[in-house]
Design a protein around this ligand. Structure first.
Ligand code: ADP
Ligand code: MG
Length: 231
């Protein structure tokens, strides 16, 4: 077992600082951080086979150590509804990425379940030079980028710390049920924050962690994208 240690050591050996989404999500899953079902495919045919296995709709994403922001490279295709759309999507992603960065090393294409739309939250961690591992929580999109409505706590977090990080957000009412949006599962959010804290405490060589976005449902949460950067 201990996938996290294996993956981190392998990346170090290869001199890679940014883990691939497959690697980051495997580590998250080991720490009970819920992630979308995913499988790496290396050909058009494999992509369609994996998609059939996971079930539609499907999301495809480029897996490349040279591409950190996948959508900037045209490397994300969402809501593919059948095998033929998946095959076209695979070709399109490879074409986009080649145009974006002709020498990008392509490991393959990540085939994953499409998480139903919901309130998007962001869970992050950064290693502060003074305070060490610090966990961050906020709502997605404009709440973080424009309003800077995020909360930080130095790890390790207790469940009470995590709860405060959530309930003290200005946008908390949006998580607590607003108009047509059912309340988010606060216990599951506390869980993801505590598990993230545990992960970065166990691996001090993690410099940055970014779960963005995480879908917050009324029953559970699901991490759609995960990035881990090593020192
Ligand atoms: P990046 O941040 O590297 O550009 P993401 O994996 O975050 O790539 O994908 C970009 C966007 O596509 C996400 O913010 C999300 O809105 C959507 N998306 C990606 N993967 C999924 C998925 N499995 N289910 C639903 N939406 C997804
Ligand atoms: Mg993302």
């Amino acid at each position: 077992m201990n996938q996290a240690l294996k993956i981190i050591n392998q990346a170090k050996k290869e001199g890679r600082k940014a883990l691939l989404e497959t690697e980051a999500k495997t580590i998250c899953a080991e720490y009970n951080i819920p992630v979308t079902k995913f499988n790496l495919a290396k050909s058009e045919k494999e992509t369609a086979t994996q998609a059939d296995k996971i079930g539609y709709p499907i999301v495809l994403k480029i897996v490349s150590p040279d591409i950190i922001h996948k959508s900037d490279a045209g490397g994300v295709m969402v809501n593919l509804k059948n095998a033929s759309e998946v095959v076209t999507g695979y070709r399109k992603i490879i074409e986009n990425v080649t145009k974006y960065k002709s020498d990008a090393k392509v490991v393959g294409v990540l085939v994953q379940e499409m998480a139903p739309q919901s309130t998007e939250v962001i869970v992050g961690a950064v290693k502060d030079p003074q305070f060490g591992q610090t966990v961050m929580f906020g709502l997605g999109g404009i709440f973080v980028e424009l309003l800077k409505d995020v909360n930080f706590r130095v790890a390790p977090l207790t469940a009470d710390d995590a709860k405060e990080m959530i309930t003290q957000l200005k946008a908390y009412p949006l998580l607590n049920g607003y108009r047509n949006t059912p309340p988010a599962d606060i216990e599951a959010l506390i869980g993801i924050l505590c598990n993230t804290s545990r992960l970065v405490m166990d691996y001090p060589e993690i410099k940055e962690l970014d779960l963005n976005p995480v879908m917050a449902y009324s029953n559970g949460v699901k991490t759609v994208d995960a990035r881990i950067i090593l020192e």
